[in-house]
Design a protein around this ligand. Structure first.
Ligand code: DGP
Length: 223
């Protein structure tokens, strides 16, 4: 990637991660409104992006309407992120901040919970755009399971989510911001707003765009 050829007023890539029912989706939309209110150009994205033809295959799989080999569905999830990469880069370079509900970390945590190799999963994500901020909404799987609507899609099962939580914690490094997802909504909102504004400022001051796990050294789980 042409690191260095960035717009000095580029947008930020802000990613929210967490278990199913961790509250990410509500927090993303609240953060979007807040950031817009400050006058920034912001968009909300989510992965999987079910609007594309790859996304529709994923959606059918998640609704248990189709069966696919674990590696095949993982490749589709990854392809769904790759098909949006160029657009993402263009938007960021044109000054638009993107708040994303799930990204490559979901890919790795969920697929490794199914038994796939972590290095294999991470390698497929190498070269996507690296987030400027990863916020992990940390919530005990048991608490998430108590929340409304849980259990309608393929992965929304407590035992499985416990494994996903474990793999999120393996992936979580010092660059992540861990926010307690059990706190009251307003307390979470405040933390997300502060973290995001700090990130936006750093990007506006010229922090370069980077690629995710751009070398094997960055990707400790790649063989
Ligand atoms: P959501 O639309 O946020 O409810 O996410 C759909 C589900 O797909 C959710 O259980 C997390 C899971 N998921 C997201 N990305 C990936 C991925 O790359 N691989 C796998 N196996 N699952 C994923």
């Amino acid at each position: 990637m042409d690191n260095g050829h960035y717009n000095s007023a580029r947008g930020s890539l802000i990613v929210l991660e967490g278990l199913d029912r961790s509250g990410k989706t509500s927090q993303c939309s609240n953060l979007l409104s807040y950031l817009r209110g400050t006058g920034l150009s912001v968009e909300a994205w989510r992965f999987p992006d079910r609007s594309t033809s790859i996304g529709q295959l994923i959606s059918a799989y998640l609704a248990n309407e189709s069966q696919l080999d674990d590696k095949a569905i993982h490749l589709l999830f990854s392809a769904n992120r790759w098909e949006k990469r160029a657009l993402m880069e263009n938007k960021l370079k044109s000054g638009i901040t993107i708040v994303v509900d799930r990204y490559s970390y979901s890919g790795v945590a969920f697929s490794v919970a199914k038994g796939l190799d972590m290095g294999w999963c991470m390698a497929l994500e190498m070269g996507l755009i690296a987030p400027d901020l990863v916020i992990f909404l940390d919530i005990p799987p048991e608490k998430a399971a108590e929340r409304g609507g849980y259990g309608t899609e393929r992965y929304e099962q407590l035992e499985f989510q416990r494994k996903v939580a474990k793999h999120y914690h393996t992936l979580c490094d010092a660059s992540w911001e861990v926010v307690d997802g059990s706190l009251p909504m307003e307390a979470i909102q405040k933390q997300l707003r502060d973290l995001s504004m700090h990130c936006v400022m750093k990007c506006q001051q010229g922090k370069p765009l980077m690629n995710l796990w751009s070398s094997k050294e960055d990707c400790p789980h790649c063989n």
